[in-house]
Design a protein around this ligand. Structure first.
Ligand code: GDP
Length: 449
């Protein structure tokens, strides 16, 4: 096993940056870095040292901490260097450590080593990634619970039940000449139904868990001047403080993320949809259509203070094919529009971007089609599609075995499904995960984690 190195803090200027090393030569590299052969820090003790180049010039003064295996994040010898948060210092430090035979870590490689050394299981490692990526307090909370082992514990109970059943059937195969007595068969069927129901419930929780982790895309559409931008801004000023801004979410149209009931909702303010007059406008309209196609829900904005126009009808016609809510805006003015006849079953909310009236109703209407999840108070939620897929496979395998059992099939046949189910559940926590899949999972981590 070689020694890996990476910056654990993001690039850019900051008060402090952390560079960490993990592997058998971590301390040797640290000694060379501080030009002190006798440097033997007590584990977990923070020591101030000069970091030096090959020819002895001081690069920086830094706090150096040694963590001795197995009592470290990765379970290996580790050294953490807290230097000044200058990109130049960090770059020089990383270069120097590579000269001293440290290798730049790949994405998630520290956490992968922690998994391999039994410091945590795979679902806990994934929870660390999700915690770092969380966009709302609720998503962070769910990730923390997974990190604490809630999912692993629930699965471990299911696996234990399954193993009990497997042992029962295997010993019937080994020692009993006749088939399992009827009473025992019935008991096994009941036990399988209980495990299946728990696994199935976990799989079903993905619908809500996915919503809390990945959130929704909502696009505001409508003809110009109905108040789309005003509504967009009003929702942002009410809810923006809860979420952090995410780089990478900016698309062609104006896009921001807010939290509604703990669910990250990405709002897109589109250019109006109308017959394009010139080329630039045509690009705007094209982008609007793209945003509409990407959205999980459309908010069709109408201006309640004017008559409904042909363009409003066109927008609504287009939106009707998708999940949508109609916001009749400018409710602070006299209502002139009479959109009821053309709404035809659409959910309608009266709002005012000026007074903020009706915005709570609009928020509720946006979330309504996705089921109500109170992310702050729900039980255990599965948030990862990989986990959900494996849970569904386990459910199907258990169902198959139970049905064979009911039909009086041989224990051997029943056992095939049970072993498969056990393997699927083990893949979630990493006990039975292949290296190829591990590689794919850890490639979604950031470097230095
Ligand atoms: P967009 O083109 O659809 O994005 O519309 P804007 O948000 O730019 O709004 C167009 C005009 O309507 C602006 O002059 C806004 O001040 C006004 N407006 C927007 N919402 C309201 C509202 O709820 N009440 C009133 N009285 N005026 C509004």
């Amino acid at each position: 096993m070689d020694t890996i190195v990476a910056a654990a803090t993001p690039s850019g200027r900051s008060a402090i940056a952390v560079v960490r090393l993990s592997g058998p030569t971590a301390l040797d590299i640290a000694r060379l870095l501080v030009h002190d052969d006798s440097f033997s820090p007590r584990p977990n003790q923070v020591i101030l040292k000069d970091l030096k180049t090959d020819d002895g010039a001081v690069m920086d003064q830094a706090l150096v901490t040694f963590f001795k295996a197995p009592h470290s994040f990765t379970g290996e010898d580790m050294v953490e260097i807290s230097c000044h948060g200058s990109p130049v210092v960090v770059r020089r430090l990383l270069d120097r450590i590579q000269q001293l035979d440290g290798r730049l870590a790949g994405p998630g490689e520290f956490t992968l080593r922690a998994c391999r050394n039994g410091k945590m299981n795979l679902s806990q490692a994934e929870a660390i990634r999700d915690l770092i990526d969380a966009r709302t307090a609720a998503a962070a909370q769910l990730a923390t619970r997974q990190l604490k082992g809630e999912l692993s514990n629930a699965l471990s109970e299911c696996k234990q039940y399954l193993i009990d059943v497997i042992v029962k059937l295997e010993s019937a195969l080994e020692f009993v000449e006749d088939d399992l007595p009827e009473l025992q068969r019935m008991a096994v069927i009941d036990e399988l139904a209980a495990v299946r129901s728990t696994v199935d419930q976990l799989a079903k929780s993905y619908e809500s868990g996915h919503l809390v982790r990945d959130g929704l895309n909502v696009a505001f559409v409508g003809r110009p001047n109905v108040g789309k931008s005003s509504l967009f801004n009003k929702l942002l000023t009410r809810d923006r403080a809860i979420v952090t801004e995410l780089p990478g979410t900016t698309r062609d149209s104006l896009t921001e993320t807010i939290a509604l009931n703990g669910i990250p909702v990405t709002l897109t303010d589109t250019a109006g949809i109308r017959e394009a007059g010139d080329r630039i406008e045509a690009i705007g309209v094209e982008r609007t259509h793209r945003a509409m196609a990407d959205a999980d829900l459309l908010v069709v904005v109408l201006d309640g203070s004017t008559e409904i126009q042909a363009e409003d009808r066109r927008v609504l016609e287009r939106a009707r094919a998708a999940r949508h809510v109609v916001a009749v805006n400018k409710s602070d003015l006299v209502l002139r529009a009479d959109p009821e006849e053309m709404l035809d079953g659409s959910k309608v909310v009266h709002v005012s971007a000026v007074t903020g009236g009706g915005l709570t109703d609009l928020s509720a209407a946006i979330l309504e089609p996705f089921g109500s999840v109170d992310a702050e108070s729900v039980g255990l939620l599965v948030t990862d599609s990989r986990h959900c897929d494996l849970l569904l496979r386990a459910t199907a395998a258990l169902e198959e075995s139970a049905s064979l059992m009911r039909d009086g099939a041989s224990e051997e046949l029943v056992l095939v499904g049970l072993h498969n189910a056990l393997r699927y559940l083990g893949e979630i926590t990493g006990e039975t995960t292949t290296d190829e899949i591990l590689g794919r999972i850890f490639s979604t981590f950031c470097i230095g984690k």
